[in-house]
Structures are given as structure tokens and as C-alpha cells.
Design a protein around this ligand. Structure first.
Ligand code: ZN
Length: 304
């Protein structure tokens, strides 16, 4: 199964006419998780054709407004839609009390919907989203406030079954075939045991991505991005302003490319562009280090 990344906001700090504040949808088969929820994220999600009712979780990296301010509005819309199933909201320590303050002031309007807060502590770890096929884990990044990056994966799938060969081996259609496809040896009615070897291809790895913003270049970003199909890393400035980037807790495109190369990420998606930079120019810088660079654009989907 594949993942589709839909950038819903690719600007740093404040939105521009072409770029909204940080948000990115990770989609499979209509179901999705939202990484960050900057102002305007829900309108962008509607424009992208995403169904709010299929949203499984919101993964907030940190509580700076350009990553968080869209969340109260999104929760209110889900409440108005009458959503019954819980929504997981994952984020750094403090996100629960912040949302509680807003709820107490009557700002959220979540109705009957349970908002299941999963605050991340220390070194992070597995983020359990009940009833979802997305496998999520977190790790702390290095920014000016507590910040967590995320890795999102789909489960590995059974290999392809060669039905003709299975027929030839005498395996009847039905449950035995399903067991064989799951990689198990099966016992036929006549007592013969048929192993899956040669009949079922190798297991297929589920698609993976990592989302690492905001952060200075750090080992945790490379760990989250280890071997992923796509690493989405912040690239706030060009290399000439590396000192400014670090002072503000950010990375340059070149640094993001070094992280992606170290992690052996297949594709690097640059995002979180300062309004003062050109995404294409940053991508050019990054290409000197990593061959597959995409400068994210709002609503331009990336299939992985
Ligand atoms: Zn930011």
C-alpha cells in the first residue's frame, strides 16, 4: 500500500499568498493523519479533497502558533460534524492543558467527540492510534521549545501468491490459500504439507515517511528518517543564512539534505520555507548533496 503526502501549508512563521502555515496530510486509501495544524490547515484539507471524518490523528510537533493555531478550528468543525469516534491528538507536554483552557473558555465546540491527548515525554516512542492502520513513533527534535518529530509507516504486507503454482501444488481455493499467502505452511486434506517457499513472494515493506520540523540539524531527525521513502524536513533558510537558522532553532536546505543522505531516505521533501526564500532555489542547493529533492508546494501531492 502506498502513501500520499499532501502539503497543506509550507510556509515558516506566517502564511503568504501561496503558502499556508505548517501542515501536511499523510494519506492512504482515504484515511489520513495530519502532521502539524497551522492556521488554514482545515480549509486546505477541504481543497485537497480530504474527508475530515477519515482523519485518524493530529501529530503536533510543537506549540508555536504556526504549527498549532489551526487545531482549535479543526476540532470545532469535527464537533459540528457530530463525529463520534475519538480523535488522537499527539504533541509535546502542555498541549493537553492548552486545549483544556480553550475548552473551558468555550472556544473548542468539540461536542460529544472525545479528544484523546497523547503527550510525548522524554525520548518519545510508539504513538498508539486505535483502529488506525498508521504506525507512528515520535522522537524529540532540537528547537527553542519542546518539539517532537514523527515517523509514520504502513504495516508490511504479505508477498504475492502465485495462484497457478499453488493450484499445481494441489492447494484448494479457500482458507488454506489465505494461510499460505500469510507465509504459513499448510496441511492438505491428503496429509501433505506445502510450505510457502517458492509459492509466495517476499513480504512487501509498508511505505514510510518521517516529519521533522522545526529543528536544528540533529541525530534524532536522521534516526526518524532512517531508510524512509520520504523524509519531510524543514528548510527555513538558504545556506548563506545558516547562522541565523541555528540561532532561531532551524535548519538550512543543505543541512536537511545532509540529514537525508545520512539517513538514506529515498526522497527529501523540503518545507517550512521562510517567506524570504525561494523553495526552488533551496532545492537546487540541496541537490548538491542528495539526488532526490522535492520543494513542497501547497496542495501539490507527492506519491511515495
Ligand atoms: Zn515553525
Amino acid at each position: 500500500m502506498r502513501l500520499k503526502l499532501v502539503p497543506l501549508g509550507t510556509s515558516a512563521g506566517r502564511p503568504t499568498l501561496l503558502r499556508g502555515a505548517s501542515a501536511l496530510a499523510v494519506v492512504t486509501d482515504g484515511a489520513w493523519v495530519l502532521c502539524d495544524c497551522g492556521e488554514g490547515a482545515q480549509v486546505a484539507a477541504l481543497r485537497a479533497g480530504l474527508s475530515l471524518s477519515r482523519l485518524d490523528a493530529v501529530l503536533v510537533t510543537h506549540l508555536h502558533g504556526d504549527h498549532f493555531n489551526g487545531l482549535p478550528g479543526l476540532l470545532g468543525s469535527l464537533g459540528l460534524e457530530g463525529r463520534q469516534r475519538p480523535l488522537v491528538v499527539c504533541g509535546p507536554q502542555g498541549i493537553g492543558s492548552l486545549l483544556q483552557h480553550l475548552a473551558d473558555a468555550g472556544s473548542l465546540g468539540t461536542g460529544d467527540m472525545e479528544v484523546r491527548i497523547l503527550e510525548q515525554h522524554g525520548t518519545g516512542g510508539e504513538v498508539r492510534i486505535e483502529g488506525s492502520q498508521f504506525l507512528v513513533e515520535s522522537r524529540p527534535l532540537v528547537h527553542r521549545v519542546p518539539t517532537y518529530g514523527y515517523r509514520v509507516a504502513l504495516p508490511d504486507r504479505a508477498g504475492t501468491l502465485d495462484v497457478e503454482k499453488a493450484d499445481a501444488a494441489g492447494v484448494p481455493r479457500g482458507p488454506l490459500l489465505a494461510e499460505l499467502k500469510a507465509g504459513k505452511a499448510v496441511t492438505l486434506p491428503d496429509g501433505r504439507v506445502v510450505p510457502p517457499d517458492g509459492l509466495v513472494g517476499p513480504r512487501q515493506r509498508g511505505a514510510t515517511m518521517a516529519y521533522t520540523l522545526d529543528t536544528v540539524p540533529c541525530p534524532a531527525a536522521a534516526e526518524l528518517g532512517r531508510g524512509v521513502d520520504a523524509l519531510v524536513h524543514e528548510a527555513t533558510y538558504e545556506d548563506a543564512r545558516a547562522a541565523l537558522a541555528h540561532e532561531r532553532g532551524h535548519s538550512t536546505a543543505l543541512e536537511a539534505a545532509r540529514i537525508a543522505a545520512e539517513a538514506e531516505a529515498a526522497t527529501l521533501v523540503l518545507t517550512h520555507f521562510s517567506p524570504s526564500v525561494s523553495g526552488d532555489a533551496l532545492a537546487e542547493e540541496a541537490r548538491t548533496v542528495h539526488p532526490r529533492i522535492v520543494a513542497a508546494q501547497d496542495l501539490a501531492a507527492i506519491e511515495i
